[in-house]
Each structure stands twice: as structure tokens, then as C-alpha cells.
Design a binder for this molecule. Structure first.
Ligand code: HMG
Length: 392
């Protein structure tokens, strides 16, 4: 039985900051961001958008009422959770109106979480072939003003429906994971922004790629010649390009090298305009490839490299299934251009705003008309979410 991704949805926040403007404000050469990091824009989320609203919006864009009756699990991968106890998946389950006898929970290992979630979903479907599992990767990446990571921030969510007989991609059962107990990037409970050993983190990313790929080749006896594309976790696209270059050894044919390079360029198009969305970043790369490379055909294999700081890495592959192109969109780049641009001062106000609670632990928010779902208030420490049309 084939198991894999039947539908993929994406949502990002409503505001956008041009990195050209950020470079001017921070007095750095714009080419450092556009060529040094390969980034153009980053999505900015206001207080009324969080991992719950983004995750619910991405999910709502793909789910039918019938799907909502068939979903047996909602797994939310995130590292920007809004509560230490209650899973964001429970809020999303409620907002979407998924049937009650479902299991909903959150999963965490930095940017790697969604890969573990997909594998858990696969295992569930393997033993319950009629089940559907909703896997959501939702994050808001904040590094802080004037940090080296600032241009790599972002906000967004991917929603993937895992089923048997999937209509987009099937898993090939060939995953190799690696765990290393390192401190390259972490966020203690008392801090709203992460601590980052930036250069060390890039070395770890590239070294876990090299060693996980070597172990994958050893276990499965596969060459890159078998793949049409490699998608990478994209903290910023330039690092993934360095990763690709490490894999493009001289044993590969010239034709394969140019195919993998061209397809890599298609896989970074969305991230270049959204920034790092942590758990969803690899899957945003996958979506970007599928929606911007019309020459892909059913049967082709795509390799994926997942990396989460701390660190866990995984190399695995998926195969495109017949008719996959019918379940994708071709207007997403234009849609990204409808986000509202903000100037640097507005970005600083919006992105780093914190809810000011009164003595009862309450705050009421406004200005969420452009959202599908919104955090509308905090009432005595309870987060209150609504579908925006419910508010009229
Ligand atoms: P930086 O200050 O941008 O570093 O910080 P840089 O000075 O090395 O410059 C970057 C590149 O721009 C270099 O290219 C420069 O040469 C180039 P490279 O040598 O690497 O090819 N450059 C220019 N290019 C054109 N014109 C110019 C110019 N000037 C310089 N004028 C750093 C980079 C990664 C440290 C920073 O962005 C950072 O701290 N980021 C956050 C951490 C991160 O993203 N790490 C990646 C691996 S860890 C990971 O992927 C996990 C993560 O997603 C979190 C999770 O798992 O939860 C982060």
C-alpha cells in the first residue's frame, strides 16, 4: 500500500518586509542579503496571527468537510508554541471542526519536528488504511533586531494530509536519521528569541548532511542519479545551496548536475519571499519545487534533507504519483505579492509587539480583517481564536 502526502496547503502572514529596506536601515550592503543569503523578503506576523491561526489557515485551504470527518490525528510540529501545556493542535482541531474522536498533539525538535510528525502519520496510516492524518508545521521565526539572524526571520505554516493512495507524493520507506547533542541554536523557556552559534550551526548543518547522506547511500545503495531533485531545510537558501554543491560530486553526469541545480532554484522561490519558517521550511521548499517546475513527471524521486538544531537530521525520499500536478497551485507567487508591505519601523513594532494584559489577564485585539483566523482576545489568560467571518 502506498502512503504519502495527499494534499499540501500553505499560509503565511499578511505583512511583508523587503530585505532591501532592512539592509538600508541596518547599514549593510543589500547584496549581502540578496546574494550572500539568497533572500528577498520576509513575512511579518502581527499579534493576531500566531502558529494556531497560520496552521488553521493552511489546513482550511486544503480540507473538505469529508476530510474533517476522516481525520484521526492532528499533529502540530512547532518550536514557537503558545502554551507549555495545551497543544496548539487542540485549538486548530476546534477551529477547523474536525470530528471529535481524533488525537491532537504537538511535537518538537526544532526545525526537524514535521519530519518526525510525517513518519508518525505514515505509521498510523499503515495500520489504519482508511485514516487521514493532518500534519501541520507552523512557526514564527524571530531572532531579534540587529542580530545576524534578523534577515532570516519568517512566518508561515504548511499543512499536509497523509493518507493511503496519496495523490501527490508517496513515501519510499528509506529514511536515515542522525542525532547529535549540540548547542548550535536553542531557545530556553525564559527567552522569546533563540541563542545562536551561527557559524557553528552552519557547519553542523553541512556536516550532518554529508554524514547522513553517506549513511543513506551505504544502507540503500542509491546514487543521486536516481533523484530528480533534492529539497533541503532552508534556514536561508544560500546554506542549502552549499549543501547541494557538496552532494554534486564529479561522478555525477553533467546533465544530472544541471537538473539538480535548476530544480534547487525552483525549490527556494517561496522561501526567498517568506524567510525561515523553521518546521515548515523544508516542506515549503518541496511545495515551491512542485509548483514551479512543470517538467517534473510522475514516478520521479525527490530526496529530502531535514535538519533541526540541537540536532536531529534526516535524509529520505518520496516519489511523485500519477496526476500529482492536478493537486497543486500555480498562482502562489502572485498571492505572496498581495501581502501588505511594511517599513522597517512598522516591522519592529508589529513583529516584536507583546500582548499587554490588564489586571485580569485580558487584552482585546483589533485589525485582523485580512486574516482567515485570528487571535481576537486573551480573556483571563485564555487565548480566544475565531474564524474572521464569524466576527461580523
Ligand atoms: P552573516 O552575518 O550573514 O554571515 O550570518 P556572513 O558574514 O558569513 O555572510 C553570509 C554570506 O554573505 C557569506 O557568503 C558572505 O561571503 C556573503 P558565504 O561565504 O557563506 O558563501 N556576503 C556578501 N555577498 C555579497 N555581497 C556582499 C556580501 N557580504 C557578505 N556585500 C549566519 C550568517 C548564518 C551566522 C546568520 O544568518 C545566522 O546566525 N542565522 C541564524 C542561524 C542559522 O540560520 N543557521 C543555519 C544552520 S542551523 C538551522 O538550519 C536550524 C534553524 O533553522 C533553527 C532550527 O532548527 O530550529 C536555524
Amino acid at each position: 500500500m502506498k502512503i504519502g502526502i495527499d494534499k499540501i496547503g500553505f499560509a503565511t502572514s499578511q505583512f511583508v518586509l523587503k530585505l532591501q529596506d532592512l539592509a538600508v536601515a541596518r547599514n549593510i550592503d543589500p547584496e549581502k542579503l540578496s546574494k550572500g543569503l539568497l533572500l528577498k523578503e520576509l513575512s511579518i506576523a502581527p499579534l493576531t496571527e500566531d502558529i494556531v491561526t497560520l496552521g488553521a489557515t493552511a489546513s482550511q485551504s486544503i480540507l473538505t468537510e469529508a476530510d474533517k470527518q476522516d481525520i484521526e490525528m492532528v499533529i502540530l510540529a512547532t518550536e514557537s508554541g503558545i502554551d507549555q501545556s495545551k497543544a496548539g493542535a487542540v485549538f486548530i482541531h476546534g477551529l477547523l471542526g474536525i470530528q471529535p474522536f481524533a488525537r491532537s498533539f504537538e511535537i518538537k525538535e526544532a526545525c526537524y519536528g514535521a519530519t518526525a510528525a510525517l513518519d508518525y502519520a505514515r505509521l498510523h496510516v499503515a495500520s489504519h488504511p482508511n485514516a487521514k492524518v493532518l500534519v501541520i508545521a507552523s512557526d514564527i521565526a524571530k531572532y531579534g533586531i540587529e542580530t545576524s539572524g534578523e534577515p532570516t526571520q519568517g512566518a508561515g505554516a504548511l499543512a499536509m494530509l497523509v493518507t493511503s493512495n496519496p495523490r501527490i507524493l508517496s513515501f519510499n520507506g528509506d529514511a536515515v536519521a542522525q542525532t547529535r547533542d549540540i548547542m548550535d541554536f536553542w531557545r530556553p523557556n525564559y527567552s522569546t528569541t533563540p541563542f545562536v552559534n551561527g557559524v557553528y550551526s552552519t557547519k553542523q548543518y553541512l556536516d550532518t548532511l554529508k554524514t547522513t547522506w553517506a549513511e543513506y547511500q551505504k544502507r540503500f545503495n542509491r546514487s543521486l542519479e536516481e533523484f530528480s531533485a533534492v529539497c533541503f531545510h532552508l534556514p536561508y537558501p544560500k546554506l542549502a545551496l552549499k549543501g547541494l554543491q557538496k552532494l554534486l560530486t564529479k561522478e555525477l553526469s553533467e546533465e544530472k548536475r544541471s537538473q539538480l541545480t535548476y530544480n534547487f532554484e525552483q525549490s527556494i522561490r517561496y522561501s526567498q519571499k517568506v524567510g525561515n519558517i523553521y518546521t515548515g521550511s523544508l516542506y515549503l521548499g518541496l511545495l515551491s519545487l512542485l509548483e514551479n517546475q512543470p517538467q517534473l513527471v510522475a514516478g520521479e524521486k525527490i530526496a529530502l534533507f531535514s535538519y533541526g538544531s540541537g540536532a536531529v537530521a534526516e535524509f529520505f525520499s518520496m516519489t511523485l504519483v500519477e496526476g500529482f500536478e492536478k493537486h497543486l497551485r500555480t498562482d502562489r507567487l502572485q498571492e505572496l505579492d498581495t501581502r501588505t508591505p511594511v517599513r522597517v519601523a512598522e516591522y519592529e513594532d508589529l513583529f516584536f509587539a507583546e500582548a499587554i494584559l490588564d489586571e485580569t489577564g485580558s487584552a482585546i485585539f483589533s485589525n485582523y480583517d485580512n486574516q482567515t483566523y485570528a487571535l481576537t482576545e486573551i480573556r483571563e489568560h485564555e487565548r480566544v481564536y475565531h474564524a474572521v467571518e464569524d466576527q461580523a
